[in-house]
Ligand binder design. Structure first.
Ligand code: RNT
Ligand code: ZN
Length: 422
């Protein structure tokens, strides 16, 4: 559509929303303040750069698919992220896993990583005015092969992983300092049993103890915030996950940590949109891993479905945006990996925009008057308002391609760049 027509459509849509008391310009201003943390691991199927051609292994998670053109080097991954960012309106963040370190291709073990190995990422992020987030990597490593890391019965193995956790927090602190933007460091450990455990207690006590050792070092929240992520089950940990939701709920509340809620880490009929207001009654801040489970924790690309709308509505209605860090967590190797980032991130932003376009106060007032008829009718009415016209205008304003155009650019990139990989 011609820019002039996008503007015209916006004006008409604006009028429609105004009739319900919604200020579309304000909604766009609110949207522009949101930074979504893009996860680096969508670009190479959670491989990382400890060695070339690294692969995800032994972590209770899995990627499927073999779409050509996967990033094989740090340079390629950065080039791909740049391409994705060209298609995403706004200023965002990048979440790095420790195994994406830059040590010029030389192997260095996890307990030895330090800020030097991330300097090139910091420089890269600085140039782009991107914030960084961080994740220690407790999988794809020989010392994780038993299926246990921080809760391993062997003290030496636990100690190795504790040192990795400490090293990562120090790196994150430096990243935060150097970038002048707070880093959120997320701890997810895959530890668990495939079959029915004989002892559910001891591994949890060991995990709590190991985490306490990692968090002993005080770091200013100006530079780094720690988050802990629970899970219901994983591949190879179907019967028991040490770091369950309940475990981390208690841990985060007593240790004043952020809780990370991953949309795929609960029973299939449970949704994180309903957990946000519960956990934020007791915790200061949380991290979200916005993902899309299909029958299980499958990490499908985030799309604009009911749950995504619901998550964003919760964040906006509850006034929680200052207390919630929004991160993405999906990895699909069966489609163009850059398109996956673009689809997921744009969907996240669209859902937030739709939430900002709600006459929230009116909805609450009808509810308080017990007028559930009007509440339901208004919610249905909102669904067919010209929200797409507002989004198109936002893309135009931010100089990023329209919905109908961005894929063409990705296809060109596929032909000119991705095709020459492998
Ligand atoms: C795994 C967790 C975790 C990972 C990343 C790669 O189930 O969701 O967040 O996806 O650390
Ligand atoms: Zn996650």
């Amino acid at each position: 559509m011609k820019p002039n027509n996008i503007l015209k459509s916006y004006e008409l849509a604006k009028e429609k929303y105004a009739s319900l008391g919604v200020d579309t310009d304000k909604a766009l201003k609110n949207l522009s303040k949101i930074a979504v943390s893009l996860h680096c691991w969508q670009g190479d199927d959670v491989g990382g750069f400890e060695k070339t051609g690294a692969e995800l292994s032994g972590g209770g998670i899995q990627t499927t698919g073999n779409y050509p053109g996967k990033a094989r080097t740090i340079a390629e991954l950065r080039q791909d992220i740049d391409k994705a960012l060209e298609m995403i309106p706004g200023n965002h963040r990048l979440s790095l896993h420790a195994c994406y370190l830059d040590n010029n291709g030389k192997f260095i073990d996890r307990d030895q990583v330090n800020i030097k190995h991330f300097q090139s990422w910091i420089d890269w992020a600085k140039q782009r005015k991107l914030g960084l987030d961080f994740n220690p990597t407790f999988f794809s490593h020989p010392k994780a092969n038993d299926g246990f890391t921080l809760s391993h019965p062997n003290k030496n193995i636990r100690e190795f992983w504790i040192q990795h956790g400490i090293a990562c927090r120090k790196i994150a602190e430096q990243m935060g300092k150097k970038l002048g933007k707070t880093v959120v460091t997320n701890f997810w450990v895959p530890d668990g049993y495939k079959d029915i455990p004989a002892d559910r207690k001891a591994p949890r006590e060991r995990l709590a103890d190991s985490l306490d050792k990692i968090f002993k070092l005080k770091i200013s929240p100006k530079y780094n915030l720690d988050a802990v992520e629970g899970k219901l089950f994983g591949i190879g940990s179907e019967s028991y996950v040490v770091g369950s939701h309940d475990f981390y709920m208690g841990y985060a509340a007593t240790r004043k940590k952020l809780l990370c809620l991953d949309a795929g880490h609960f029973h299939p009929t449970e949704v994180i949109s309903d957990k946000i207001s519960s956990v934020l009654t007791f915790l200061d801040e949380i991290l979200l891993h916005v993902s899309r489970p299909v029958r299980w924790d499958s990490d499908h690309v985030v799309i604009l479905n009911d749950e995504l709308y619901a998550i964003s509505r919760e964040l906006v209605r509850g006034g929680y945006l200052g207390r919630v860090h929004i991160g993405l967590d999906f990895f699909d190797a069966s489609i163009n990996r850059i398109a996956a980032w673009v689809i997921g991130t744009r969907s996240m932003l669209k859902s937030l925009l739709s939430a900002f376009l709600e006459p929230a106060a009116v909805l609450v007032q009808t509810e308080l008057k017990f007028d559930y008829t009007q509440r339901l009718a208004l919610m249905e009415t909102l669904k067919t308002l010209p929200f797409g016209a507002i989004w198109d205008f936002y893309c135009l304003k931010n100089n990023v391609p329209q919905e109908t155009e961005w894929l063409r650019e990705i296809k060109n990139y596929e032909l000119s760049v991705l095709k020459h990989r492998n």
